[in-house]
Design a protein around this ligand. Structure first.
Ligand code: UDP
Length: 322
């Protein structure tokens, strides 16, 4: 069984490609390498192409039985500054991919969605029934694709899993792949970097209504996410219905908890400064992932200490090789 991993040279896509391969699938990576990295595709067939290139997609899709779609811009702040870029890629080009997928006769689609579709949630932990009211163009672009997938299911029988990630972090144990964002904006790599490269971690807000005043997030190991993708695909293969699922641990950790975990993993101090809130950050985002457990038999297996130490191992590998 062959799967096209669109955006497979990126952080989460590269972990999913490996999870597919380990589960016995042929994973073919399709990536423009604009934000993706060739080094993350080693051991895989790579088709170099943009998702806006429908001709190239068409020929790639002829060879596969299902699609996993990871190729999206994913910086919330940038999406506010430059929504056009986000709607062009995450909506317009993604719709082209959906159209080519159904035209190729493929009926299984696993989609990278996000907890950003919920905006400021009415209730925490967040269940999938929470109203979807994104508060930035990134979340809106992902929600558009969810709506398109729902309509394509009803009209054309395209079955999909819309997987709403919470905060992806960590790296594969192989040391071969991990997070390589440019610029890096995520808390865990920045906290680890601030233990030694001279940088200082800016804590975005210390006056939130949380026990220690900093934001709480649900950090989930990237391999747990990758595993959920394989299970979602298998669910669709077995004739399971289209589904939207939260992927998180169900546990919340504050920015200060992450700093402590980074200090424990590295044995060094995280240099930090206290800053103002970052616009658009809800105080607490934690998943209720019960539906994923029920539908996929899936549960996150790694918590913060393991997530942070795997990210640290990867960071040292990158430092050694650059
Ligand atoms: N954060 C922070 N300093 C940073 C980066 C992030 O205090 O330099 C906080 C941010 O406000 C949020 C949490 O860390 O509460 C996780 O942010 P990240 O950007 O990693 O993921 P997001 O929740 O935006 O997807």
């Amino acid at each position: 069984m062959a799967i096209l991993v669109v955006g497979g040279a990126g952080y989460i896509g590269s972990h999913a490609a490996r999870a597919l391969q380990r589960a016995g699938y042929e994973a073919i990576i399709y990536d423009s390498l604009v934000n993706g990295h060739r080094r993350l595709t080693e051991g895989f067939e790579l088709i170099e192409g943009d998702i806006a290139d429908q001709g190239k997609l068409r020929s790639a899709l002829k060879r596969v039985d299902g699609v996993m779609h990871f190729a999206a811009h994913a910086y919330v702040g940038e999406s506010v500054q430059n929504p056009r870029k986000y709607f062009q890629n995450n909506v317009e080009a993604a719709l082209g991919l959906l159209n080519e997928t159904i035209d190729a006769g493929i009926r299984r689609f696993v989609f990278s969605s996000t907890c950003a579709v919920y905006g400021d949630p009415a209730k925490v932990p967040i269940t999938e029934d929470n109203p979807r009211q994104p508060v930035n163009p990134y979340g809106t672009s992902k929600l558009f694709c969810e709506f398109a997938l729902e309509a394509y299911d009803r009209a054309y029988g395209l079955r999909s899993a819309r997987l709403r990630y919470f905060n992806a972090a960590g790296a594969d144990d192989s040391g071969e792949i991990g997070e390589l964002h440019n610029p890096e904006t995520h808390l865990i790599p920045l906290a680890l970097a601030a233990t030694g490269d001279g940088s200082e971690l800016n804590i975005f807000g210390t006056d939130y209504p949380t026990p220690d005043g900093t934001c709480i997030r649900d950090y989930i190991h990237v391999n747990d996410l990758a595993d959920a993708h394989v299970r979602a695909l298998q669910h669709l293969e077995k004739g399971g219905e289209s589904v939207a699922l939260n992927l998180g641990t169900g546990r919340g950790d504050s920015v200060l908890d992450v700093i402590k975990a980074a200090e424990a993993a590295t044995g060094r101090t995280v240099k930090r400064k206290l800053g103002p809130r970052r616009p658009g950050d809800p105080p607490v985002l934690v998943a209720d992932a019960a539906r994923a457990q029920k539908v996929l038999g899936w549960r996150a297996t790694r918590l913060l200490p393991e997530i942070v130490s795997s990210a640290w191992k990867w960071m040292k590998t990158v430092q050694r090789s650059s």
